[in-house]
Design a protein around this ligand. Structure first.
Ligand code: SAH
Length: 251
């Protein structure tokens, strides 16, 4: 099992598959006050940038699980590049299946950044991560939210949602964590510049792929997507959608 190839075409050169630049990821690592040797499990770990840089900067130990074999290979290569391959490991696998069969030691931190569909939304994902967590541990959830409620369903779809109901506003999201029994104890939010960086890198990767792969079965689909990608970003995603990582501790 693997993710659709379109994701890999768009993001094959991304180190972070979310609207966070390296500075925001570093800031998140700093504000959590991670102790050396802290154990972190990262579900949907992508290309492993969070665990690899935090192993380098904070001496954490980590395990990443991701459904993309391509991104998992990149994560392993990155851990070797940064000299942290003894501290972090990456597995190709499905996150829910991983949790269902997990019998090992519990973690100090359990995270899922930008893939909360694994738990049918942010709160279900918190519950999933909780199953891997030590008492008193930290959950990290990376999730989009509406900066302002979209004026129409069409605008929501333009911002890559299936409907307005896909996401909450920031106050609704923060309140929902509290009502679910968790304190929000840290938060780092993306800004429009982070979105630009994430989205625009997809356009260049897609364009290069198109030039290199004439005749590929996905060529026309990716061509049609690129025709509208930059416009959709500036018209809908950039003004409407926010993104952030929320650190939670059980009340
Ligand atoms: N957390 C990473 C990646 C976010 S992108 C980062 O911030 O860079 C979303 C990731 O979810 C992709 O790497 C994709 O391969 C992965 N993914 C999607 N469905 C998954 C599933 N069911 N189990 C595990 N990983 C999944």
């Amino acid at each position: 099992m693997d993710i659709p190839e379109q994701f890999v075409i768009r993001e094959r050169d991304h180190r972070i598959h979310d609207p966070f630049g390296p500075e925001k990821l570093a800031r998140l690592g700093e504000v959590l006050g991670l102790a050396p040797g802290a154990r972190i499990i990262d579900l949907a770990s992508g290309s492993g940038e969070m665990l690899c840089t935090w192993a380098r900067d904070h001496r954490i130990q980590g395990v990443g699980v991701d459904l993309s074999s391509s991104f998992t290979d990149s994560a392993i290569a990155r851990s070797i590049e940064l000299g942290v391959s003894d501290a972090v490991s990456f597995e190709h696998g499905e996150a829910v299946a991983y949790v269902d069969t997990y019998k090992g030691e519990r973690y100090d931190v359990a995270s899922c950044l930008g893939a909360t569909w694994i738990g049918d939304g942010p709160l279900g994902t918190v519950d999933l991560l909780d199953m891997l967590l030590k008492p008193g541990g930290l959950v990290l959830v990376g999730e989009p939210f509406w900066r302002e409620t979209p004026p129409s369903e069409e605008a929501a779809r333009g911002a890559h949602a299936t409907s307005i109901d896909d996401f909450a506003t920031l106050p609704e999201l923060v309140r929902s964590f509290g009502e679910h029994g968790w304190d929000v104890v840290q938060m780092v939010l993306a800004d429009p510049d982070d979105w630009d960086h994430y989205a625009a890198a997809q356009w260049l990767s897609t364009r290069r792929w198109l030039d290199e792969n004439p005749g590929h079965e996905l060529w026309q689909e990716m061509r049609d997507e690129l025709d509208h990608a930059a416009y959709q970003h500036v018209a809908f995603t950039r003004p409407l959608l926010g993104w952030g990582v929320f650190a939670l501790m059980r009340r």
